[in-house]
Design a protein around this ligand. Structure first.
Ligand SMILES: [Zn+2]
Length: 190
């Protein structure tokens, strides 16, 4: 009986120590990240519920909306989509949100809605893009994943078969509005 009580006492001490350590760590982490000038400015513009911002310690609610805007630098278009946070992120704090969406720039962050942007150095999904695969063959590709190109068609043509200017364009990826336009251009350069 005494032994059990003693063990209980030690367990409680361990739990208390852990809790104190967690609080100390939380304070350190909060201090480690001072708001940037941009964030101060944004907060000044939107006096909206500052206390509700995740930066101030609020937590993500289940079903929180995520508004993601991808900017495609090769064509200048952007695409915005709306999804919900994964269930695993519900109850998470600002640090958890930033860690989960580490490829994104978080713009605004409240328990019910998080907006974020991301710059992607590709053409958007509206274009047909001629490029070169690993074997040096000319292929028609399309942005199928937002951040990745998929091969639509391969041509029996090697990068060495086209002139130098065309080669440079293909190395960078050359965008067209349609497959017909892409193939007409290809026919004109070899
Ligand atoms: Zn585009």
């Amino acid at each position: 009986m005494m032994k059990a009580l003693k063990r209980w006492g030690m367990l409680r001490l361990a739990v208390t120590t852990l809790a104190l350590a967690a609080v100390a760590l939380g304070l350190m982490m909060r201090q480690a990240r001072a708001p940037t000038a941009d964030e101060w400015a944004r907060e000044a513009e939107t006096p909206a519920p500052a206390a509700e911002a995740l930066e101030n310690g609020a937590r993500v609610r289940p079903g929180c909306a995520v508004i993601q805007t991808m900017g495609f630098s090769r064509c200048g278009h952007s695409v915005t989509r709306r999804v919900n946070v994964p269930a695993s992120l519900a109850g998470g704090d600002f640090a958890a949100v930033r860690a989960y969406y580490d490829l994104w720039q978080i713009e605004t962050c409240t328990p019910d809605q998080i907006t974020m942007t991301r710059e992607i150095p590709l053409f958007c999904p509206m274009h047909q893009v001629l490029a070169i695969n690993e074997a040096g063959e000319i292929v028609l590709t399309r942005n199928a994943y937002g951040d990745g190109m998929a091969v639509v068609k391969a041509y029996p043509l090697h990068v060495e078969d086209v002139d130098e200017e065309a080669r440079d364009a293909l190395m960078a990826g050359k965008g067209f509005d349609s497959q017909a336009d892409a193939e007409a251009w290809l026919a004109s350069v070899h």
